[in-house]
Design a protein around this ligand. Structure first.
Ligand SMILES: *[C@@H]1O[C@H](CO)[C@@H](O)[C@H](O)[C@H]1NC(C)=O
Ligand SMILES: *[C@@H]1O[C@H](CO)[C@@H](O)[C@H](O)[C@H]1NC(C)=O
Length: 380
C-alpha cells in the first residue's frame, strides 16, 4: 500500500510537470510550505493538541484525535495516541471499523490498548495469546501473537506497517503519536517507532530518541517483510515474558552465510510477491526474562464482541506447506530447514504459520525458517 501510494504520487507529480499543468501543485503549495513532517514534531504528553496533524492534503484530515481521556475511552474511541510502557500496558494500532484490511486503513488506525486508562479502545480478552516485552539500550519492543479479528482486522489479512512517516510524511495513521514512561521522568514522546500488524502477529518497536540511531532501529522502508525481519524476536505463542536484551541489527542489514554484511533492498510491489529472502532473521540475545504463563496479566479487558472462531491455530498450514514455504527460502536458510522436517513443521505450526502466502508470504516463510531452527535445536 505504502509502495503503491509512493509510486502513484511520484507518477502524479511527474505527469503534472511533464504536461505543464501545475494547477494542483500550485493550489497545494501554500499548505506544503508550512508543513512539518510528523516525525519532526515534538509534543509534551500533558499538553497535546486535539490533532497533531493539522494539514489537509490528499489523504484528507486526521481521522481521530490525540487528546484521549476517560470520556473517549471504549469501543468507539478514535484515540490516536498510543502508549507502550510494559508487557501488560501497551497499545498497538488497529482499524476503527470491523473486518478491515490494514493496507486500506493504515491512515486511520486507532489505538487499541491492553488496559483502561489511556482513553483508547481496549483489546478484548483472549485476543493476545503470547507476548514479549524487550528492553534494549536503544529501544523497547513488544512482540506477540494476536487474534487479529478481535481488533477489527480480517482474519486472513497479511497486514502492513504503521509508522510516523508515509509517502506524505503525515504518518500512518495520520497524526498518530506514541508515548512511553519506560525511560523514566514521566511520559516521553517516541519520535521514531514502527508497528507491523498481520498474519495474527504484532510488533511495535519504540526507539529511544536519546539514542544515536533511533531512526535506523525503527526503519520505516521495509513495509513488505513484516515482524520477523523488522523486529526479530522469539514470538512464542502461549508465553508472556518481559526481558532485557541486546539490540537487533538495523532492519535490512544482515550478515550472509559468507560472513559478509549486506544491505537489503526491498523490491517494489510491481515485481510481485517476495518469494525469497537473503537471510534468516535471528532474535538478539536476551537476559533477565520474567515469564508469565497466561494472559491473566491483562486486566480490565472487555469480552470480545464477536465470536472467537478464528484463533491463531486455525490459520496454521499443514506441515507439508510449512516445509514447502521453508524450502522456498535461500541457500542460507537450508542449514536449518534440512535438519528436521517433522519438528520444524510442528514448531512452525505452533508459531502460527499463516494459511495464505500472498504478497505477505515472506512473513510465513520467515516463520517457517525460524520454526525450523527451533525444531533443529529441540532435536539436538
Ligand atoms: C477529552 O478528550 C476529548 C477528545 O479529544 C476532548 O474533546 C475533551 O476536551 C477532553 N476532555 C477533557 C476534560 O480534557
Ligand atoms: C539448499 O538445498 C538445495 C536443495 O536441497 C540444494 O540443492 C542446495 O545445494 C542447498 N544449498 C546449501 C547452501 O546447502
Amino acid at each position: 500500500m505504502f509502495t503503491i501510494l509512493a509510486a502513484s504520487l511520484a507518477a502524479l507529480a511527474g505527469s503534472a510537470a511533464a504536461k505543464g499543468t501545475p494547477t494542483v501543485d500550485q493550489a497545494l503549495e501554500p499548505r506544503q510550505a508550512a508543513f512539518t513532517p510528523l516525525a519532526s514534531q515534538h509534543f509534551n504528553y500533558d499538553t497535546l493538541p486535539y490533532q497533531a496533524d493539522t494539514s489537509d492534503g490528499e489523504r484528507g484530515r486526521q481521522y481521530g484525535y490525540n487528546i484521549c481521556n476517560s470520556t473517549t475511552e471504549g469501543p468507539t474511541s478514535n484515540c490516536q495516541t498510543a502508549i507502550i510502557n510494559s508487557l501488560d500496558d501497551f497499545c498497538i494500532w488497529g482499524p476503527p471499523e470491523p473486518n478491515s484490511v490494514v493496507g486500506n486503513t493504515e491512515g486511520e488506525a486507532v489505538a487499541w490498548c491492553t488496559k483502561p486508562g489511556h482513553g483508547s479502545r481496549i483489546i478484548p480478552q483472549g485476543a493476545i495469546t503470547g507476548a514479549q516485552f524487550m528492553r534494549t539500550p536503544d529501544y523497547i519492543q513488544i512482540t506477540g501473537h494476536i487474534n487479529q479479528a478481535l481488533i477489527n482486522m480480517t482474519p486472513d489479512d497479511g497486514g502492513g506497517e504503521m509508522d510516523p512517516h508515509g509517502a506524505d510524511q503525515r504518518g500512518n495513521p495520520l497524526g498518530g503519536l506514541v508515548f512511553t514512561n519506560a525511560w523514566g521522568a514521566g511520559y516521553t514522546q517516541v519520535v521514531e517507532w514502527h508497528n507491523f500488524m498481520g498474519d495474527n502477529l504484532f510488533c511495535l518497536k519504540a526507539c529511544d530518541p536519546k539514542g544515536p540511531n533511533a531512526a535506523r532501529y525503527c526503519e520505516h522502508v521495509f513495509d513488505r517483510i513484516g515482524c520477523w525481519y523488522n523486529a526479530p524476536a522469539a514470538y512464542l505463542d502461549g508465553e508472556f515474558s518481559s526481558c532485557l536484551g541486546a539490540s537487533q541489527d538495523f532492519p535490512g542489514i544482515y550478515t550472509g552465510a559468507d560472513g559478509v554484511v549486506s544491505t537489503y533492498t526491498q523490491p517494489p510491489e510491481s515485481l510481485g510477491p517476495i518469494a525469497t529472502m537473503p537471510w534468516v532473521p535471528v532474535p538478539p540475545a536476551s537476559s533477565s526474562c520474567t515469564t508469565f504463563s497466561s494472559a491473566a496479566i491483562y486486566t480490565g479487558q472487555p469480552t470480545p464482541s464477536i465470536a472467537q472462531t478464528t484463533s491463531a491455530a486455525s490459520t496454521s498450514v499443514p506441515a507439508s506447506s510449512a516445509a514447502a514455504a521453508a524450502s522456498k527460502s535461500t541457500p542460507a536458510a537450508n542449514k536449518s530447514s534440512a535438519s528436521s522436517t517433522a519438528s520444524a513443521s510442528a514448531a512452525a505450526n505452533a508459531a502460527g504459520v499463516p494459511a495464505k502466502f500472498g504478497a505477505s508470504g515472506v512473513w510465513g516463510v520467515a516463520i517457517g525458517m525460524v520454526g525450523a531452527a527451533i525444531g533443529a535445536v529441540a532435536v539436538l
